[in-house]
Design a protein around this ligand. Structure first.
Ligand SMILES: Cc1cc2nc3c(=O)[nH]c(=O)nc-3n(C[C@H](O)[C@H](O)[C@H](O)COP(=O)(O)OP(=O)(O)OC[C@H]3O[C@@H](n4cnc5c(N)ncnc54)[C@H](O)[C@@H]3O)c2cc1C
Length: 437
């Protein structure tokens, strides 16, 4: 073996391990991964690639059910933001991820996917998607890779207990049987979208290993509004609008983009972004309101000029027809009703006071927020296992040796934009490698 090849091989953990095996040093580490989502599959594949004997126990009949529905079936895998920017999207939990991202980040993820035949594309806001916009294909790549590197995937294998001897994990209980291992990687996810298998089992398992839970709540979740009109508007999507969030009458946040009316209230990217603050405020019985600016590109003066122009050009037309130039059809009736403008009144008969009322409404369409949807509709779970109890370089538990905790099970949560999946992939990869070597 040439010196160059020798060096290359030492840098490649797989070859490095088979080299050690050759000189009788290696005893294969036996690793159990609990949960076959984004973090668990990445952990299992990486551990096996590093030479460990890996068994992945998944409680559902098929792994990766959540990955298949991410990004509305398109899977927003990651984001092009650099690490310093990326971690700011996790709020206070971001700092914990710096060391993990230093080892496996968006570049490594896209290289990994490319090496398995999946190209990616970058969209608005640096969002990374598979080029074929196919979330199930991402699940297939991960599962096929795991199988190809020797991971034994066992579906319908729910883990109910961890076996801990002294301060060390030595296996799990699954379907009433004990399965022993040198290390266990807990990748059971949070509590959101429980129909995908993420029912919060990992919290109980982590607590049994001495961990503390930061209380969990649904996040990136639709909000409920008190107005009857939301039912009439259900399904309507508004693009390029601004939403302002008020808590106890104080403005807390604003967001620009897309909103969707649901049967019970408001959803869509700009609402989901605000939802974690809203969930906390409602818990504390604070007053929450969202005001929509339907014409953010026009200030009061420009909007008035626009209304006057309409009056000049379309003076004889009734207001319900003139407003179609400013609003989508379902909003016209709501607008006329709330501003008490007679739908049949001609535009040139609208007095200054009514025009002012119309302007205010267009820039300040208000909703009192009365609640939020449950975990059933939450994109992620806020809270989880306290990260101060996890070694940030390896993801090993500081409470129980040989136990690793990854993904959404931890108290890490980000906005939409591909950040959550990257965190699951990165923590999984690092734990898989650390447990194996
Ligand atoms: C509708 C939707 C769309 C989303 N879109 C995006 C997106 O586009 N981009 C993004 O970044 N994030 C997105 N997310 C969030 C992202 O999917 C999650 O943060 C990520 O999948 C978490 O991965 P995980 O491996 O930690 O957990 P999960 O994916 O939840 O996987 C946990 C796995 O563990 C299994 N399990 C649970 N308990 C046990 C047990 N006792 N024994 C054995 N197995 C068990 C579950 O069945 C499941 O397969 C979306 C979430 C939802 C719900």
């Amino acid at each position: 073996m040439s010196e160059r090849n020798g060096l290359t091989n030492l840098l490649n953990p797989v070859v490095q391990l088979s080299y050690r095996k050759h000189i009788h040093v290696l005893k294969l580490r036996k690793i159990i991964v609990v949960g076959g989502g984004a973090s668990g599959l990445m952990a299992a594949g990486r551990a096996a690639e590093c030479g460990a004997e890996v068994m992945l126990l998944e409680k559902m009949a098929t792994p990766a059910r959540k990955i298949r529905i991410t990004g509305k079936g398109r899977c927003n895998l990651s984001n092009t933001a650099d690490i310093s920017d990326f971690i700011t999207h996790f709020g206070t939990s971001g700092r914990f991820l710096r060391q993990v991202f230093g080892q496996f980040f968006s570049g490594e993820l896209t290289e990994f996917l490319a090496s398995h035949g999946m190209a990616v594309t970058v969209e608005r806001g640096g969002r990374i998607f598979p080029s074929h916009a196919d979330a199930p294909a991402v699940a297939r790549v991960l599962i096929d890779w795991c199988k190809s590197v020797g991971v034994k995937i066992l579906p319908t294998h729910p883990v109910s207990e961890l076996i801990i001897t002294g301060e060390m994990v030595s296996g799990v209980v699954c379907n009433k049987k004990i399965i022993s291992a040198d290390s266990v990687i807990l990748a059971t996810g949070g509590k959101s979208y429980p129909r995908t298998g993420s029912t919060g089992d990992g919290y109980k398992l982590a607590e049994s290993a001495g961990h503390t839970l930061v209380p969990v709540s649904p996040s990136l979740v639709p909000l409920m509004a008190d107005k009857a009109v939301v039912k009439e508007l259900a399904g309507l999507e508004l693009k390029n609008i601004k939403a302002r969030l008020y808590i106890n009458l104080k403005k807390k946040k604003e967001a620009f983009g897309e909103l969707i009316f649901t049967h019970a209230g408001l959803s869509g990217p700009i609402i989901l972004t605000m939802s974690s603050i809203v969930v906390e405020a409602l818990k504390e019985h604070k007053q929450v309101a969202i005001h929509l600016d339907l014409k953010p590109a026009l200030d009061d003066k420009k909007l008035d000029a626009r209304l006057l122009r309409d009056r000049g050009n379309r003076g004889n037309e009734p207001m319900h027809s003139v407003l179609r130039g400013l609003l989508p059809q379902p909003l016209v009736a709501v607008c006329l009703n709330e501003t008490e403008i007679d739908p049949e009144v001609a535009a040139n008969q609208l007095n200054a006071e009514k025009r002012k009322k119309l302007r205010y409404w267009l820039k300040d369409f208000r909703f009192k927020i009365t609640g939020h949807s449950s975990f059933d509709e939450a994109i992620i779970t806020n809270g989880g296992v306290a990260t101060r109890e996890i070694e940030p370089r390896t993801m090993e538990s500081k409470k129980t040796r040989g136990l690793y905790l990854v993904g959404e099970l931890l108290d890490i949560q980000a906005e939409t934009g591909g950040y959550n999946l990257q965190a699951a992939f990165s923590t999984g990869w690092v734990a898989g490698q650390s447990a194996a070597l």
